[in-house]
Design a protein around this ligand. Structure first.
Ligand SMILES: [Fe+2]
Length: 319
């Protein structure tokens, strides 16, 4: 099942592409067969080395609360210096998830795979031109969940190991209001957005198996439930000129709403550019704020310890 990176990249990664998919790409949920899971990096010993090589600032090792608890009760831990095999065993036997970020920026193999994915999509979907690509990996325990939320960039979810149910909802009321979308874009919505169990009647549910990828319309809220097995997934994110402009408009609307003026997500013409300028100016100030906040946010309060209860040991002072 695992092949050399060069061998995998010799052929298209997406294997069941149909000509008419270019008309629905980004507009409707698409489930695509692919060969990403054949990459040698997903072999357990290679995965263990990748985990060990992950820069400390590019991972979250999280102990979620029992199902249904708020994100604020989740604990962040450290796997710095841990053996990759131990991390994988803790995820398999305990209750954790490991999110590895920005793989395209620090792992040569993923840098190649990421460019390859988007080159391929740009050929398959005429007019699709994307940038600001980001690739992440999520390794999560049996039964783990990702709560209902929506994301800013275009997104695809690629399944490598295990199975998960992905519920995808439309990006409009009542599933996502303008105000909620603005909150997400402004970075103010940290907790999950409002979710009602009856939303599921209107959801598109896909069960991802290894070798499948789901791509859904921009900002569509979604939530994920692992089956009772370890899951390994990869996420790819992208921006297009259209997504960037939309981002600026929604961002500006959020600022205007805060000032008591309500906006429209579908601004056109001069108003659109005025809003983009407003958003750009504000972002400079905002970025500084976020950076200051990020540094202070979510300290790691435990470290992986295979001999401690629940694999959670005390943090040691570094010095
Ligand atoms: Fe997401």
């Amino acid at each position: 099942m695992y092949h050399d990176l060069e061998l995998v990249l010799q052929h298209d990664l997406i294997i069941d592409w149909k000509e008419h998919y270019k008309e629905v790409f980004g507009k409707h949920t698409l489930l695509l067969q692919n060969r990403l899971h054949e990459l040698p990096v997903f072999q357990p010993e290679n995965l263990a080395r990748l985990i060990e090589n992950t820069p400390s600032e590019h991972y979250d090792f999280v102990r979620p609360g029992v199902i249904g608890t708020k994100k604020s009760q989740w604990l962040q831990g450290s796997i710095d210096g841990a053996a990759g095999e131990d991390v994988l065993r803790a995820v398999e036997e305990g209750r954790f998830w490991l999110s590895v970020r920005a793989l395209q920026a620090w792992d040569e193999g993923f840098a190649q795979v990421t460019s390859r994915i988007f080159d391929e999509l740009e050929v398959k979907v005429p007019g699709f031109s994307s940038f600001k690509h980001k690739t992440g990996m999520l390794i999560s325990s049996p039964g783990a969940q990702v709560y209902y939320h929506a994301d800013v960039p275009g997104q695809s979810l690629w399944q490598m190991k295990g199975h998960k149910d992905v519920y995808i909802y439309e990006n409009c009321e009542p599933f996502l209001s303008d105000e909620q979308l603005e909150g997400i874009f402004l970075g103010q919505t940290e907790e999950e957005i409002r979710f009602e169990p009856w939303y599921d009647e209107f959801a598109t549910k896909v069960t991802l198996s290894p070798g499948q990828m789901a791509h859904w319309p921009l900002n569509n809220p979604h939530r994920v439930e692992n089956h009772n097995e370890v899951n390994i997934s990869v996420t790819t994110e992208h921006f297009t000129a259209e997504i960037r402009d939309f981002y600026a408009i929604v961002y500006a609307n959020g600022l205007l709403r805060a000032a008591g003026i309500s906006g429209n997500r579908h601004s056109r013409g001069a108003m659109k550019y005025a809003k983009m300028a407003l958003a750009a100016a504000h972002k400079v100030i905002y970025k500084r704020m976020v950076r200051a906040k990020e540094g202070a946010k979510s300290p790691r309060t435990f470290r992986l310890d295979m001999s401690a209860p629940d694999f959670m040991g005390e943090m040691r002072a570094i010095g």
